[in-house]
Structure formats: C-alpha cells, structure tokens
Design a binder for this molecule. Structure first.
Ligand SMILES: [Fe+2]
Ligand SMILES: [Fe+2]
Length: 166
C-alpha cells in the first residue's frame, strides 16, 4: 500500500464523500440510519482532521512557507467542522436541527475537500516531491492508530483549544 501522504488523504476524502452521499440519499424519515451514518462521518472526520492538523499542515507550513495562508485558512475551515461535529455528537438524530446541521457540515467539508484536491494538493506535490510525501504519509499511517475517533477525546479537544488561543 502506498504511503504517499496525498494518496492517503485522498482515500480518506473518498470515504468521507461516500458517507455524505449515504446521508443525502437516506429517506426523510430514516432517522436511525441517518444517526448511524452521521456517527461514522464524525469518526472519519475526527481521525482525518487529526492527521492533517498534527502532520500535514504543520509540516507543509514549515517546508513551504509560501503556502502558509492556505494552511491557516484550512485550520479555520477544520475548526468550523469541529464545532459542528462536536454538536452533532451530542445531539439526538430526532432533534429538529440534526438534519440541517449535518447538511451544513457536508457543505462546508465538501468545499474544503474540493479546495484541497483541486488547488492545494497539486501545489504541495510540486513543492515537496515524492520522498518527502512518502515520509509524511508513513508518519500519518502510524498516527492513525492512536488518533482520536470522537470529538470529546482529549487529543481531539486540544486542537479545538489551539484554534482559539494558540
Ligand atoms: Fe483538510
Ligand atoms: Fe483533507
């Protein structure tokens, strides 16, 4: 299996987008099914965000200073998604705001994924090259095992705090 960082992150995106489509195609009344899908979405996003925040973003910022503004924008976009995930994790699928909040999460994350894949990843690939991307990918795969899977875990909360006071 490839450990190229961008390939790994794109695989995650694919999984996340598939879950988004599952939510969108669930019927109006499929409350239990939607609750389950949203739980999976939160898990996948929590892990993915952790890997990007702990490895990809800080390393790109350090190695490619020209991309710093994009990294800072990414932190903010992830922060918005984190807030929505934390609220959804504490919310019952029957709540009248559950579907609406999930829809806003999907819109925001889809936009962010699009920007990463269309604009950001190609520039990172140009700037870093194969060897460095494989090294970063290897580190992310190692971290995946101990990555938080729920927004209330301390390692996930840390980045929510960083977003405000770091
Ligand atoms: Fe991201
Ligand atoms: Fe991403």
């Amino acid at each position: 299996m490839s450990t190229d960082a961008i390939v790994i992150l794109k695989d995650d995106h694919k999984k996340i987008k598939k879950l988004f489509r599952e939510f969108q195609s669930a019927g109006e009344n499929a409350q239990a099914a939607k609750g389950r899908v949203v739980k999976e979405i939160i898990e996948e996003l929590t892990v993915h965000t952790y890997l990007e925040n702990e490895v990809m973003y800080p390393e790109v910022r350090r190695l490619l200073p020209d991309l710093e503004d994009d990294v800072l924008e990414s932190y903010e976009e992830h922060h918005v998604a984190d807030v929505l995930c934390a609220e959804l994790a504490a919310m019952d699928a029957g709540d009248e705001r559950f579907d609406a909040k999930t829809t806003v999460l999907i819109e925001n994350v889809s936009h962010h994924i699009e920007e990463e894949e269309q604009d950001w990843f190609p520039r990172v690939r140009d700037g870093l090259g194969r060897k460095q991307l494989q090294e970063l990918g290897g580190r992310m795969q190692q971290m995946r095992e101990k990555a938080p899977r729920s927004p209330s875990q301390p390692s996930a909360l840390k980045k929510a705090v960083d977003a405000v006071i770091a």
